[in-house]
Structure formats: structure tokens, C-alpha cells
Design a protein around this ligand. Structure first.
Ligand code: PAF
Length: 279
């Protein structure tokens, strides 16, 4: 497995692979890899000849009050996991290699990025779009794989790819969950054992919504109210419980079967978790 810290060197390696006719898959991550990330690498491997994993805690997607400094970093463990999972190259740039000190350009999606997570984190998605656009330019992947866990992120990136004509296919990979239902996330490391146990309320609320829909429920407000109740009963304060159009993220009054999603965000003791399901 190759590893690169310099964008130009990674770009040259990818260009040489492409000249040999090899399809490249990109798995962008912020490191602290877990089974969820490894599932993305495996999916990219199934579809592509070469898989590049980026491990970069991107400063521009964190607001000043957020956890950029505290965000868990485990470079050697990440390299080992990438190698064992079959990645062909890992990209571990320093922030200075990605952003010139006087960088003055960014990529901003101006519609989907404003709601839900964007309402709480107004600068977040411009940071995500900017770094993902840069990674696409450096790697020029045929396929990029993102986890469904960050549902809005995938929708925003798909919109960026469509509107800016990036020649890359975006694959949304299923959420990987612990045995008790909690969606895997690097930030789960912040949970105390007690909060870890009560955090199951998110996946429980999603399952209840799936069951209700299977029994014919189509009223978005009723699905949202039931989800909020489940979160609150477990001591988690909902930021949002929203039934949305799965592509545009616009709020729905009536479920569009097969094209809707329920997105949740909830807080407890200074921690914030998100989860979602297609409905
Ligand atoms: O989902 C993440 O880990 C990040 O937002 C991403 C896509 C790697 C961009 O920094």
C-alpha cells in the first residue's frame, strides 16, 4: 500500500494508474476508522481497480466552537486498517498541504446545505464541499463512496457533483450499526457508558417509524412526533426529527414511499448524535 502526504504526488500516482486503464475509487474519511469506514473501502474495492482512502480532519468544516482539536486521531491504526482492508493508497495530508495560508476560494451548495445540520452548523457544508472538491481534483476518481450515516452530506455532495459536472459517481453506502442498533461513528468515543446505552433511542425511533410506515402510516407529522417522543423519553433532546424528500431534503407532509427519509439529531450532556433511515 502506498501512502502520500503531498497532493501533487498522489495526483501523479492516480494519473499513472488511470493511464493504465485502472478505475479509481475514493473513500474520503477523517480517520479514526471503524467498521463503517471499512465497509466503504470494501464497496469501493468491489467496483474499482484501485482504492484511495483519504484521512484528513478537515479544519474548514469545523466551526470555532466545535471539536476540531479534540477530534480523535489515530494515524498508525488507520494505516494498518486500510492496508488490511485492501486499500491501495492512503492520503494523509497536513492542513498546510491542503490549504494555502491565504486560500480565498470555497465551494458552497446554497440550498440543501441550509437546513437540518446546516441550520445548526452554518459553515459546515461549505467546508465539506470545498475539501471534497479538492479531493476529487487531486484523485480524479471514477467512484467516491460516502456513508449514509451522514445522509445530508451525501445529498449535498451529489448536488455539487451534478451542478459542477464532476465526472464521478457517488455511491451512498448503508449505515453500519453495533449489535444494539447504534450507528457507528468516530464521535461515539465521546459517549459515557450510560449515554451509550440511552443513545439506542435513535435507532429505536427509526425502527418504530419503519414499522409505522409498514402498517400504512403516511403522515409525516405523526412520524416525526413519535420519533421526538422516543428520543425525549430516553433523555435525549431532539434538534430535529424530519421526514424529507430523500433527494432534495425538502420537508414532506405526506410520505413518498421509497423516496423519503427520516433524519434525526439529538443532544444529551453536550453530545450530539445523528441517525437516519430511508422510509
Ligand atoms: O464524512 C466525513 O468524514 C467528512 O465530512 C469528509 C466527507 C471526509 C470530508 O471531510
Amino acid at each position: 500500500m502506498e501512502s502520500f502526504r503531498n497532493p501533487a504526488e498522489l495526483h501523479a500516482w492516480c494519473a499513472a494508474e488511470k493511464r493504465l486503464g485502472r478505475a479509481i475509487g475514493l473513500v474520503p474519511t477523517m480517520g479514526c476508522l471503524h467498521e463503517g469506514h471499512l465497509s466503504l473501502i470494501r464497496l469501493a474495492k468491489e467496483r474499482c481497480d484501485r482504492v484511495v482512502v483519504s484521512v484528513f480532519v478537515n479544519p474548514t468544516q469545523f466551526a470555532p466552537n466545535e471539536d476540531y482539536d479534540a477530534y480523535p486521531r489515530r494515524e498508525q491504526a488507520d494505516l494498518d486498517l486500510c492496508e488490511r482492508t485492501g486499500a491501495d493508497a492512503v492520503f494523509l495530508p497536513a492542513p498546510a498541504a491542503m490549504y494555502a495560508q491565504d486560500a480565498s476560494c470555497r465551494v458552497e451548495e446554497t440550498l440543501l446545505a441550509k437546513t437540518l445540520e446546516g441550520a445548526q452548523r452554518p459553515t459546515h457544508f461549505a467546508g465539506v464541499c470545498t475539501v471534497v472538491a479538492k479531493l476529487f481534483n487531486i484523485v480524479q476518481p471514477d467512484l467516491a463512496v460516502f456513508g449514509q450515516k451522514d445522509f445530508q452530506q451525501v445529498a449535498v455532495i451529489r448536488r455539487m457533483v451534478r451542478d459542477l459536472d464532476f465526472p464521478v459517481e457517488i455511491l451512498r453506502a448503508p449505515i453500519v450499526r453495533d449489535a444494539d442498533g447504534l450507528a457507528l461513528s468516530s464521535r461515539n468515543a465521546y459517549l459515557t457508558p450510560q449515554n451509550r446505552a440511552s443513545a439506542r433511542c435513535l435507532s429505536r425511533a427509526l425502527r418504530q417509524a419503519q414499522d409505522a410506515v409498514a402498517q400504512g402510516q403516511r403522515d409525516a407529522a405523526a412520524i416525526e412526533a413519535a420519533a421526538r417522543e422516543t428520543l425525549q423519553a430516553a433523555g435525549w433532546a431532539p434538534d430535529y426529527a424530519a421526514v424529507v424528500d430523500a433527494e432534495t431534503l425538502m420537508p414532506l407532509q405526506t410520505l413518498l414511499p421509497g423516496a423519503s427519509a427520516l433524519l434525526l439529531a439529538a443532544r444529551k450532556d453536550g453530545l450530539r448524535l445523528i441517525d437516519n433511515t430511508l422510509l
